[in-house]
Design a protein around this ligand. Sequence first.
Ligand code: 6PG
Length: 480
Amino acid sequence: MSTIKADIGVYGMGVMGKNLARNLARNGYKTAITNRTPSRTAKVMEEHSQEGTFIPSDSVKDFVESLESPRVAIIMVKAGPDTDAVIDQLSEYMAEGDIIVDCGNSLFSDTRRREATCRERGLHFVGCGVSGGEEGALWGPSIMPGGSKWSYDRLGPMFEKISAHVDGVPCCTHVGEDGAGHFVKMIHNGIEYADMQVIGEAYDLMRRAIGLTPLEISEIFAEWNKGDLNSYLIEVSSEVLKQVDAETGTPLVDLIVDAAGQKGTGSWTVQTALDLSVPVTGIGEATFARGLSSSPLQRAAAQGFEGKAAPWAIEDKDAFIEDIRQALFASKLVAYAQGFNEIQAGAAEYNWHINIGDMARIWRGGCIIRAGFLNDVTKAFEKDPELPLLLADDYFYAKIQDAIASWRRIVSLAALHGAPAPVFSSSLSYYDGVRSKRLPAALIQGQRDYFGAHTYKRIDKEGTFHTLWAVEGRPEEQWS
Ligand code: 6PG
């Protein structure tokens, strides 16, 4: 075994783990590597050992012993029981003060549990979101570490160095205690779902309404990428749409089965939002839209329904395309606003000290939702760290005002012509709901009190009230 000690180690030589290890080694860190199947470790050494200093091990014991104290061991394995198994193996050989970092897409509540267990054993456990896919892991991801401040002091400088940088600023910061890092990564993924869906809705409307080809839409997206919508996901969409199948000459997108997959982080975001009572309608609809696309029985049963929607007759195509761009931008803003609200609610519930502006800042580069407008989001939260609603920031308020007429036109046209636009329309409803002075919730309170004596509050007096609704002339009772 090598006598040099490693600065950091990576357990798990799948693509993400391997690339993170290569990124660390390339940046000058002596990197210990290991894998459940040693042949993978050997393969990394065979193919990449010249990229930096790697210290390979075939056993967990050797791996842990090859690390400089206090040890930092990254786990990059499939989220779930595999993660627990590796934590147990590592803790057997680790000493007090050592740090285990889970860089997988783990559920934040698992991370909270693991952090508590490790703490009892005298170890630090860091649940760390990493975004950017394989390329990001290799060349600079966005990194969202949770856990103790003490552990960040040890590993933060390394993570900041290997992360993406925007304007010289690293896309990595200490997110907050225990599960905060994985919570924020979960929200990132939820927003990713909404962002992908709104791009999909824009694409779909341009095809249905004005018959544009995938290639034409690819060019429009490339153009949009130069303005407010500048983002990795718009760029990716433009690339996907221009791909032509070599064998058939058909746009590849037309040959792909239209059933969207999901690994669960979108659902986690929605389930958690329900628990926290945060309306993340954009993320919710985006997640359900994937579910609808992947419901073959229901879709088959509904084929041939209706078919009598008014035919599209768009005269000014350029104006229509601009309306779609505005609707996309406004719906995207709503989804981000809702995602940030979920982070605020999570922070309040779990007592995390999360700086929301910093989250927007570390998402500016490296991650899947990286986008130009996150600079403006960062500024909005710098101006007011407690901003209750992104859309209330002056800059974004003005953007929504610019978009509103287009947004309404697109949502109504889609409904009129029978085109699904779940995130465009639910986001507009959210906007109209949140800006309403009075909501029908007053009636719902009345209904609840009627059949369940659930009580209600009044706008004109303090207290909690119950009314004997069905008994004419009976006055309400004040319950407290
Ligand atoms: C990232 C991505 C990454 C991934 C998810 C989403 O930040 O690098 O979010 O985590 O693409 O696994 O995948 P699904 O679409 O399969 O849920």
